[in-house]
Design a binder for this molecule. Structure first.
Ligand code: FES
Ligand code: ZN
Ligand code: ZN
Length: 307
């Protein structure tokens, strides 16, 4: 066994070379072909994508850096975007890793800085007795800033590193809580809606598991952040991921099959998974889209609550 837990005598099912992926029994070359095929399955939904400029939101983690790496290798026009949230050493290390990736890959990198930082923001909300989960505030801020940056700087699409495990665990959680509001997140691609100031979104790694992505990153020597965010504890989605991975170990393709079935079921319930924009209005403060009844977006509300 090597450090990836792979039997060194295991052979590729196509060419008999040494396998790097134990379950799929693929050598490096055939695994990369498999990986590209899964990515292209998503990208083929956007016509003329090679002529569009894409902003890849990178965090320093394996998923977003892998998304950037594979798109660059496949010949797409990409620029990197990193939001420094000011989460102590974690953000410093993330920024260092992202800068080094941009340099190695010869890619343009835009660094945006959150002010006040996420910890300061959370402290100030807590002082006002507004208690929100750090990860949900963080997610909301990232989505807002990335969309705004993409839209204002003339990129057609934001690319994110969401993977099969992220999408499936979220949908399983939503099913368990009968929350169908986020069904449009099942889309691998959302086309831009300029009249609503909504940039397009693409998730090229949607059909790839965390294991596949970690393997790709390792085979391509992509350096990723080692430390974990201090706020990333006891996350429900993380527990669901662990449970799904355990089942998938014994029932191959369980996760892929389950995600496909959820998509089929929700397609009937939520108008073919179309992103319902009927309730989307421009925020009265910033002009970016919101579904809030008072027409003030959650991002503006958070910043209005600061001292
Ligand atoms: Fe967003 Fe940790 S990176 S809460
Ligand atoms: Zn092979
Ligand atoms: Zn707003």
């Amino acid at each position: 066994m090597n450090q990836l837990g792979i039997d060194k005598f295991l052979k590729c099912k196509f060419c008999n070379a040494r396998a790097v992926h134990p379950r799929l029994k693929l050598c490096k070359e055939h695994f990369i072909k498999y990986f590209d095929k899964k990515v292209l399955k998503v990208l083929k939904h956007v016509p003329n994508l090679k002529n569009q400029s894409l902003l890849v939101a990178v965090s320093g983690g394996k998923d977003s850096l892998t998304a950037a790496h594979v798109l660059k290798r496949l010949g797409f026009k990409i620029t990197l975007y990193f939001l420094n949230l000011g989460i102590f050493d974690f953000s410093l290390e993330s920024e260092r890793v992202v800068k080094s990736f941009a340099k190695n890959q010869d890619l343009d990198l835009n660094i945006d800085v959150l002010k006040p930082s996420l910890p300061e923001l959370l402290q100030s909300l807590n002082k006002k007795k507004i208690f929100r989960k750090p990860c949900s505030v963080c997610g909301l801020i990232k989505r807002y800033r990335i969309n705004k940056y993409t839209f204002e700087h003339g990129f057609s699409f934001t690319v994110t590193g969401h993977n099969l495990d992220d999408e499936l665990s979220l949908q399983v959680l939503n099913l368990a809580t009968q929350n169908f509001e986020q069904a449009e997140r099942l889309n691998t691609v959302l086309m831009p809606k300029p009249s609503l100031k909504l940039a397009g979104r693409i998730k090229p790694l949607y059909w790839l598991s965390e294991f596949d992505i970690a393997l790709y990153a390792k085979l391509n020597n992509i350096e990723v952040v080692k430390s974990r965010c201090v706020y990333n504890k006891g996350n429900k989605q993380f527990l669901i991921k662990q449970w799904l991975n355990n089942v998938d170990q014994s029932i191959p393709s369980f996760k892929q099959g389950l995600l496909k079935s959820i998509r089929k079921l929700l397609k009937h319930k939520v108008k073919g998974l179309e992103f319902d924009t009927s309730n989307v209005k421009p925020c009265k403060r910033c002009g970016y889209p919101t579904t809030s009844k008072d027409q003030v977006c959650s991002y503006c509300k958070i910043f209005e609550n600061l001292d």
